[in-house]
Design a protein. Structure first.
Length: 278
């Protein structure tokens, strides 16, 4: 009876040793997977992007999230470029300041590419073409084009190309230009604080259509307002620029750009104009 007991004890030792070995293998394997995941996480390409979510349909807040044409373009470009992006909503002026300080990598917010801005920032190729347009009350019969804005009170977004357009008509230091910081540019016309407002054509059209009770109308003036091109704005000499330019060309060529445009504007984009700028 002794011999069988010794054999059983020997078997138990074998089982215990095997168990320890198996556990060791499992633990070792788990650590390896964890290390692999960590390495992958460190190698992921990321880009931090700023926006000023106050310009429907380009970017605005809906159910606590930033949505809009620009956001869909950013999402599509980042996917094509292989980057994960973070979006931060900030003020218009703050967007430029933060990017200039290097606290973010890029900004997208219907930003017009200008020679002055190109001195400080890098831009992608244009992804949108627009012009300035004028908002007035429906009852206004005096203002028919940009030249009629002389001696009128005109509201603009501070630091925008609308401000530049107003200054070219009324003079750079004109007291008749109301420079808005808080996103209430068009409301100044509604409340009678300004005779007119100047803004990007697409945003102006959307605002008037979305607020019929305000009884506003849009005045177009292709003679006095030149085409403007929007671009994704980067820090100067950005490493992201060429990659996002390549991604932009691809989504234009594969039809993704057109899908996004039609979703937000209900019409086909001027692809020939956009392609000519690539």
């Amino acid at each position: 009876m002794v011999a069988p007991r010794q054999k059983k004890s020997h078997n138990n030792i074998v089982y215990i040793v095997l168990g320890v070995v198996i556990v060791g293998i499992v633990i070792g394997t788990t650590k390896l997977v964890g290390h692999s995941a960590t390495t992958k996480s460190k190698s992921e390409k990321k880009i931090s992007v700023l926006t000023y979510a106050n310009w429907n349909p380009f970017e605005y807040i809906k159910n606590g999230k930033v949505v809009g044409f620009d956001l869909d373009i950013l999402k599509s470009l980042s996917k094509e470029a292989g980057y994960q992006y973070t979006i931060k909503n900030t003020g218009w002026d703050s967007m430029f300041t933060q990017l200039n300080s290097g606290s973010a990598d890029a900004a997208i917010s219907g930003i017009t590419i200008t020679k002055d801005r190109q001195k400080t920032y890098s831009f992608s190729k244009p992804y949108f073409v627009s012009r300035q347009a004028i908002i007035v009350k429906k009852t206004d019969t005096v203002i028919k084009n940009a030249t009629d804005l002389k001696n009128k009170k005109v509201a603009v977004q501070l630091g925008s190309t609308g401000e530049e357009a107003a200054e070219s008509i009324l003079g750079k230091n004109s007291s008749n230009i109301s420079k808005d910081k808080g996103g209430t540019t068009f409301l100044q016309v509604v409340h009678g604080q300004a005779d007119a407002a100047i803004g990007d054509e697409t945003t102006v059209k959307k605002y008037v259509a979305s607020n019929p009770s305000y009884k506003l109308k849009v005045i177009y003036d292709d003679k006095n307002f030149e085409p403007e091109y929007f671009g994704l704005m980067f820090t100067k000499n950005s490493k992201y620029r060429s990659t996002y330019n390549a991604a932009l060309k691809k989504i234009i060529d594969n039809g993704e750009y057109t899908k996004i445009y039609e979703k937000w504007f209900g019409s086909k984009p001027s692809l020939d104009v956009i392609k000519s700028q690539q």
